[in-house]
Write a protein that binds this ligand. Sequence first.
Ligand SMILES: Nc1nc2c(ncn2[C@@H]2O[C@H](COP(=O)(O)OP(=O)(O)O)[C@@H](O)[C@H]2O)c(=O)[nH]1
Ligand SMILES: [Mg+2]
Length: 179
Amino acid sequence: MRELRILYHGLGMAGKTTNLERLKEIYKDRVYDRIHQQTTEGRTVYLDMLMLKFHTSVQSSDVIVSLFTTPGQRRFSILRPWLFGYTSSVVFVFDSSRDIQENMESFYEIKNTVSVNKIVVQANKRDVPNAIPLEDIKEAFKGIPVIPAVAKDGIGVLETLREAIKIALSDEEGVVRTS
Ligand SMILES: Nc1nc2c(ncn2[C@@H]2O[C@H](COP(=O)(O)OP(=O)(O)O)[C@@H](O)[C@H]2O)c(=O)[nH]1
Ligand SMILES: [Mg+2]
């Protein structure tokens, strides 16, 4: 059985946990494991982990997909090389309510550890007033797919995951074989 590990990274409050919450609803019959810890303010303190098992139409074989989000707080930065080192692909959740520079600081944390062809950008919070223009985001992430989303309403969530799976499957070296 193949296992794909997909990491959701981005600024704190960008919508990483929200993506996993929506996916858990979509795949509720197929989710077989989940670890989820949050502070009382609803911010992630450790790791969100969601494991989904489903059939891919890509190669008509069963694939286990494990989804993770990175903890935002700097005190967990020691975990990051481990997290980034064992991923099939990475979703960078761009917060459209915050400026490009701020988002880029978060992006730079993965840029040197994860190869660019393993990354998909989700332009989240497209619903906010004065959202950073999509064209500006695409310009900032040239060569990387950018998928618009309103994760809180479930828009773009599945499209993002599909792209992340496609990227993961196109890179055999990133696939961990568990049997
Ligand atoms: N306006 C808006 N808010 C969102 C969207 N996605 C998530 N949020 C909100 O942003 C806040 C932080 O989301 P969360 O998933 O906890 O962020 P994380 O820190 O990246 O895990 C929550 O209040 C979410 O409801 C979106 O598409 N639009
Ligand atoms: Mg979170």
